[in-house]
Design a protein. Structure first.
Length: 241
């Protein structure tokens, strides 16, 4: 039994099937990559797992129990953390205040929340930015802050949505190191990412979708060499050439 099990997940918006009968799982201690071209249904899948979107059909199990129909904050309390593709920190609050607010998911006092926030910021190499306003951080800092806010909720499973987008090569290496460090600290990861250097470096397995449907699944090299995946990213003409 996986930590997370997505079974025959379907999400329709009117007549559009954004996710169509997709199934995959994440084991404890794993990093699983979810890839596909723009519009393939990756973030919609995340939104279904968090129940931002109600599921049309199928089931999602976390620790063996269905989470369909639960409120989003309840799913967070169960142990599923989440970052967002478009980072939106509490702009007029400091970095420390942002993470302290998230820590209240697990603790009840300001001291406990602040202590947890300080620990997480140190872990994410943001301790020297504590007193800066969140809106003043460059993109790499805001991405790390997004991760820190999620970690402060003490997840068992972390959903990372394009945390490497917009980063330069040096920042990409730092992001890869941080993601590996998160897993090494006992947190399983499901990651959506377009940057192949990241997804191929960190993933134990990869699940590829296109037009809302599964097209490949396996270890990174198997998926990278899969004809359907190559066609989805480059087009049939390039794949055959």
């Amino acid at each position: 039994m996986g930590l997370l099990e997505v079974k025959n997940l379907t999400k329709a918006f009117g007549g559009l099937l954004a996710v169509n009968d997709v199934s995959f799982h994440v084991e404890e201690g794993e990093i699983v990559g979810l890839i596909g071209p723009n519009g393939s249904g990756k973030t919609t899948t995340f939104n279904c797992i968090n129940q931002f979107f109600p599921v049309t059909s199928g089931d999602i199990l976390f620790k063996g129990k269905s989470i369909i129909g639960l409120k989003t904050h309840k799913i967070c309390h169960l142990g599923i953390g989440r970052t967002f593709q478009v980072v939106k920190p509490l702009a007029r609050m400091t970095v420390l205040e942002n993470v302290t607010a998230s820590a209240f998911c697990r603790v009840n006092t300001i001291k406990e929340a602040k202590d947890e926030a300080l620990r997480v910021l140190e872990f994410c190499n943001l301790a020297d930015q504590n007193d800066k306003l969140a809106k003043s951080l460059p993109i790499a800092g805001r991405k790390r802050l997004e991760i820190a806010r999620s970690l402060a909720t003490k997840p068992n499973l972390l959903l990372l949505d394009e945390v490497a987008a917009g980063l330069n090569p040096g920042e990409l290496d730092e992001a890869i190191d941080l993601i590996k460090k998160i897993r090494d600290n006992g947190i399983s990861i499901l990651i959506v990412e377009h940057i192949m250097k990241v997804i191929m470096t960190i993933s134990d397995r990869i699940h590829a979708i296109n037009f809302g449907q599964t097209i490949a699944e396996g270890i990174p090299q198997e998926v990278a060499n899969n004809q359907a995946v190559i066609e989805a990213y480059l087009g049939e003409q390039h794949a055959q050439g």
